[in-house]
Design a protein around this ligand. Sequence first.
Ligand SMILES: [Zn+2]
Length: 114
Amino acid sequence: MSIVQNLLDLIRQEMATHNVSTLHSVKIKHGKLTHVVPEALDFAWEALTRDTEFEGAGLETEEVPLVLKCGGCGREFTPEGLAAMISPCPYCEEQIGHELVSGRELHIEHIEAE
Ligand SMILES: [Zn+2]
């Protein structure tokens, strides 16, 4: 719920900045590590926009895969499962020192409004 509340605050700010008042749709990108469940997000979106100026606006979600940069050989890979930072590199089998490239982001990709 609180994620959607935060998003709504951001959307309001964005819309005020651009001087628009009717929201048509929003696209959210969420990293795999944020553990956002799209269905739960949809549900919260419905509940929190009902009877507001955003009622009826569509929500689209896209999951961003987890990508790590190997601490050994520097190549990027997507680990199986979510034991992210200690997953062995598929190229050199290094298990430590990986850097997170993507997977933790949660942001508004696109707002369609007028
Ligand atoms: Zn490696």
